[in-house]
Design a protein around this ligand. Structure first.
Ligand SMILES: Cc1ncc(COP(=O)(O)O)c(C=O)c1O
Length: 443
């Protein structure tokens, strides 16, 4: 045996000796979907919730950067050395565009946020991880979440050893009785429900939105139960004129930790997200600071600070659109809404109601966002998705991925954000062929 072989043998590791999250399906989910997508590159994808690439233009990145530099120089009075330092050096952990994000939140969402309560993160993902890490003090802590849930959230909670307990969504977007039941169950078991994760606007994956009445009732329930709410809102901008107030805009008692991302309203390549965490945390010695400061301590040991160059680009975009990403995204929103209408009409024409009105294939009808959910009369599992990719050239996401394997077995999530009208039509033809063949027992 050579010395090299000896070294390899000694370094072998069993996955079971690594952190438990590494074998968790939540962390495998993205890999599985990406792997299938890469094996069948010609397949039309209803799986990806990526933003449209129609308006990507490298020149815009230069333009945003210029606008931000001008702002530092002309509005904030930075010298050239200060400007250089801001972009080239390590930066403030909490971020450098907090003020600009606060102005955007006020302009588009009616949220009044103190810039000091904002932490700019590497995507939503880092914000969610920091919140989960902070709320998980010991093994008694659990996070509640409306189910089905975004895998980015369940994965981040898993990394932080914070168990996630499901709360039914129902047609309202949250079943408040079930929420109270889970809080009571936690109490009875000596556990602490620290917060509930919700997505009131065009949720990923369900596409469901909450009415204003439900939003207010949720806030009141959470206040009664002493529960924080974690609001995730990447899709709220893409509405059809029925923009509803976010929970954070309705929040008068610092009950809501608001998580934002510029992945869809800006572009994902910037990897810029943020948290508004204005909860007052007392240190036991008379000091009080916003939760954002504590999240910042976690961030300082994960990514040190969010790349200033990426923040500058997003900051330039915010400055350039006078802080209204709703306005800046008018073309994108129109495309997403048109795609959604086409998707829903395409499903209706390919799966018409039979004479008795009892459809075998049903779907929900979101009025915005990126996602709709189709319910099938047979299992829509990973195996069928593979077959769909291989034999029919169409990709979609089995909803079971968003239920940690305990639900959604007959459902598929269809995303239409990144497709052209032609591809939506062809993709639906292929999807309908798969469904028809499976119903006939020949797929
Ligand atoms: C529910 C949800 N939250 C947040 C995000 C954005 O995450 P990030 O900013 O890490 O790209 C996404 C993107 O897919 C999402 O679907």
């Amino acid at each position: 045996m050579s010395v090299a072989d000896l070294g390899t043998a000694q370094c072998d590791l069993a996955a079971s000796t690594l952190h438990g999250s590494l074998l968790d399906p939540a962390l495998e989910s993205m890999n599985f979907l990406n792997e299938i997508a890469s094996r069948y590159p010609a397949a039309i994808s209803f799986a990806s919730g990526r933003p449209t690439e129609a308006y990507f233009d490298v020149a815009l990145i230069h333009q945003y950067l210029d606008v931000f530099c001008r702002y530092l120089r002309d509005d904030l009075g930075y010298s050239q050395a200060e400007l250089n330092r801001t972009l080239f050096q390590y930066g403030r952990t909490k971020g450098i565009i907090n003020e600009l994000i606060a102005r955007y939140l006020l302009t588009d969402e009616g949220i009044t946020a103190d810039p000091d309560s904002i932490i700019v993160t590497v995507g939503y993902q880092e914000a969610m991880f920091a919140v989960a890490r902070a709320l998980r003090a010991d093994e008694r802590d659990v996070l509640l979440s409306v189910w089905p849930a975004y895998v980015g959230m369940t994965g981040a909670a898993r990394l932080a050893d914070l168990p996630v307990w499901p709360v039914r969504s129902g047609p309202e977007g949250v079943d408040l009785d079930d929420l109270c039941g889970q809080v009571a169950r936690a109490r009875k078991a000596g556990r602490r429900a620290r917060a509930c994760y919700v997505m009131p606007d065009f949720a990923n994956p369900s596409g469901v939105s909450m009415t204003v009445t439900t939003r207010r009732a949720l806030l009141a329930t959470a206040a009664r139960e002493g529960l924080l709410l974690i609001e995730d809102n990447p899709y709220g901008t893409f509405h059809s004129g029925d923009h509803l107030p976010t929970l954070k805009a309705l929040d008068t008692s610092r009950q809501v930790i608001y998580l934002g991302s510029f992945a869809k309203t800006g572009f994902p390549g910037a990897r810029i997200g943020y948290a508004v965490a204005d909860q007052r945390v007392s240190d036991g010695a008379g000091g009080v600071s916003p939760l954002a400061d504590y999240l910042s301590r976690i961030k300082s040991m994960v990514t040190v600070n969010t790349p200033p160059v990426a923040q500058a680009v997003v900051g330039g975009k915010l400055l350039g659109c006078e802080f209204s990403l709703a306005k800046a995204n008018e073309r994108e929103t129109a495309a997403y809404l048109s795609n959604m209408r086409q998707l829903l009409a395409g499903l209706a024409s390919r799966f018409p109601a039979p004479a008795d009105g009892q459809r075998q294939v049903t779907w929900n009808t979101p009025t915005g966002g990126f996602f709709a959910v189709v319910t099938l009369p047979f299992p829509a599992d990973d195996e069928l998705m593979e077959l769909s990719a291989r034999e029919y050239g169409v990709l979609w996401t089995p909803m079971s991925h968003f239920y940690a394997g305990e639900g959604g077995s007959h459902q598929a999530r269809l995303a239409c954000s990144q497709l052209t009208p032609e591809l939506i039509d062809s993709g639906l033809d292929r999807f309908a062929a798969l469904v028809t063949d499976r119903l006939a027992g020949c797929a």
